[in-house]
Ligand binder design. Structure first.
Ligand SMILES: [Zn+2]
Length: 329
């Protein structure tokens, strides 16, 4: 059990909500899997627990933060919303390069070039711009994001950008989207099965859903179990998948998995070491800062190269990307 560190002493104890049934299969029998604190942002002093479904092996946070606490666990400084400001410029260029590569690897696996596109969790629109360069018109490029401050400028530019959760989105018609992407979003949502079904309903016959999420069945996830794996992202990751449970989620929504690839999980490696050095049984706090993915550039380059090589050699890294197709084309 990790002890409570002085860093957490003045943090609030936030409201929680039980999740008594498996978000993937609905079973109500589960066992403790992992636990920890918000080592990354120190937003609260709760100790959190992941549980594992005894039926389908899915892992989820139980209890999880109450919806009313979202402004606490996603503070205004949350890096996903401040990407351009916080991340080192060289790291940002490197990320752009990786993003383009990721989209190319998706596009080359599609049966036909997509004519319509949605990115769920589009942020400042990086992938919307990539798809425009592929020849799509802005009127066929959709983006959903929960931060109005990034949605408004995109909408002004002519993209179909909306400040909506997938479940509440009525602007996208059924059978209308050739390619839907959702990178590192599904692990944050409260009902991943409902979100997946909704995205599947948007797809045209033969349309593809590309979904990326942390992979629990990876070397770093095993090495840093049960407290410090960066992919836990406690308490903001509510569902953690393996290739098997993600495949089940997609198939239960009526889709067929056509490809599984593995991307670099460099930031999970770095947070895993950072959390261990800060809060493990032998803390080395001064060393820990070199493992901050937002600042420690040499380590970022090293871990990215390491994971690229491992992925090339066929290893299952900690970021998996699955492509699932709607049948009936
Ligand atoms: Zn289950």
């Amino acid at each position: 059990m990790p002890m409570i560190w002085p860093e957490f002493a003045d943090k609030p104890l936030i409201d929680v909500q039980d999740v008594p049934t498996c978000p993937v299969c609905g079973a109500d029998r589960f066992a403790a899997y992992a636990s920890g604190h918000d080592y990354e942002l120190l937003t609260c002093r709760n100790e959190w627990r992941f549980v594992k479904c005894e039926s389908c092996s899915h892992v989820w946070l139980n209890p999880r933060p109450a919806i009313s606490t979202l402004p606490v666990i996603y503070p205004p400084t949350y890096y996903a919303y401040n990407y351009a400001n916080q991340v080192n410029v060289i790291a940002r260029k490197g990320k752009e390069f990786l993003d383009r590569g990721k989209m190319q690897s998706i596009l080359k696996r599609l049966p036909t070039p997509p004519k319509s596109f949605v990115d769920v969790g589009c942020g400042e629109g990086r992938f919307l711009r990539v798809m425009e360069k592929q020849g799509l018109d802005r009127s066929n490029i959709y983006g959903l994001e929960l931060d109005e401050n990034v949605v408004a400028p995109l909408a002004k530019e002519g993209y179909k950008a909306y400040c909506r959760r997938v479940e509440d989105c009525t602007e996208i018609g059924g059978n209308s989207i050739d390619l839907a992407t959702m990178f590192h979003v599904i692990e944050h949502v409260d009902d991943p099965a409902a979100v997946t079904r909704k995205v599947a309903s948007w797809l045209s016959p033969g349309g593809v859903f590309a979904i990326e999420t942390p992979n629990l069945d990876s070397l770093d996830a095993r090495k840093f179990k049960p407290h410090f794996w960066g992919g836990y992202h406690i308490p903001r990751h509510w569902n953690l998948f393996t290739p098997a449970t993600l495949k089940k989620l997609l198939e239960d929504a009526g889709l067929n998995v056509i490809a599984t690839t593995f991307q670099t999980g460099h930031s999970f490696w770095m947070y895993s070491y950072q959390h261990t050095l800060n809060f493990g049984s032998h803390p080395r706090k001064r060393l820990a800062r070199f493992f901050n993915p937002l600042k420690g550039l040499p380590m970022l380059v090293a871990f990215t190269a390491y994971d690229k090589l491992r992925a090339k050699l066929g290893a299952r890294t900690s970021a998996m990307l699955m492509l699932a197709q709607r049948p009936g084309r």
